[in-house]
Write a protein that binds this ligand. Structure first.
Ligand code: OAD
Length: 232
């Protein structure tokens, strides 16, 4: 059967070779800081300065890194594939956009966006964020937070994702450990509806058994190879 609807899910592994840390690999983000201290709404209420410091440092890294051949190959597929390619990322960086992707669903939010915890307004943000910042819509102070999804919060765009997943005949997970739900559950849903599933990762992920095919290695090499095989 010919593939007409591809859904790609990416995780931190796709940006690793650009110089951004993954979360659960040796030396990853969660081995250096406890997620309970920086990535929950409770952490922000308890110690907003610490939470801002954590995300300011990650946002500050963005201008110093570049997209790698994996980002560029995904963008090439989105532009060149005859059917539809939906790109869902768990990453909060902007490397897919800078790699040329025309459409990116950021289910865990974006570092270069702000969210007002008071009124829900979302807007673009560059540079550091602090407790002294004021919401661009309601004018409240102290409610401005990074527009990233924290543990215990609902990821973004779940309706759109469900719609795209329902129509997909090929699901491909790239550079994600399969440890965080709901994203980790997408492969099971794809299988149930009869889609083919491919995992492209440095090593087998936590739910590797649910994939029909594994392509193991560095994303900068494996992703362009896979894209070439689809576009040939
Ligand atoms: P993880 O750090 O859990 O997993 C990254 C995966 O990428 C691992 O399976 C690595 O083997 C793989 N990897 C590392 N380098 C690679 C490379 N060069 N090429 C290919 N694969 C490579 O990151 P995620 O699965 O993205 O959420 O984590 C999911 C979520 O957990 C994140 O979005 C974040 C985190 O807590 C929130 O903060 C809400």
């Amino acid at each position: 059967m010919q593939t007409s609807e591809i859904v790609i899910l990416t995780g931190a592994g796709v940006s690793a070779e650009s110089g951004l840390s993954t979360f659960r690999d040796k030396g990853g983000v969660w081995s250096q800081v406890r997620l309970e201290d920086v990535a929950t709404p409770q952490a922000f209420m308890r110690d907003p300065v610490r939470v801002h410091d954590f995300y300011n440092s990650r946002r500050g890294r963005l201008p110093t890194v570049m997209p790698n051949p994996a980002h560029e190959a995904i963008a090439r597929l989105q532009r060149g594939f005859a059917g539809r390619v939906t790109l869902i990322t768990q990453n909060v960086d902007d490397l897919h956009e800078r790699g040329g992707s025309p459409d990116v669903i950021h289910m865990h939010g974006q570092l270069n966006h702000a969210l007002c915890a008071g009124c829900g307004h979302q807007w673009g943000w560059q540079g550091s964020m602090s407790t002294g910042d004021v919401c661009a819509a309601c004018g409240a102070q102290g409610t401005v937070r990074p527009d990233v999804v924290w543990f215990g919060e609902m990821p973004y765009h779940m309706d759109l994702i469900a719609e795209r997943m329902a129509g997909c005949d090929l699901f491909v997970a790239i550079g994600t450990s399969g440890a965080v739900y709901p994203a980790a559950g997408f492969v099971a849903g794809a299988r149930e509806q009869g889609a083919r599933t491919i995992e492209i990762n440095l090593e087998p992920s936590e739910n590797t058994a649910l994939f029909d095919e594994q392509r193991l290695g560095r994303a900068s090499e494996t992703v362009p190879q896979w894209v070439d095989s689809v576009l040939k």
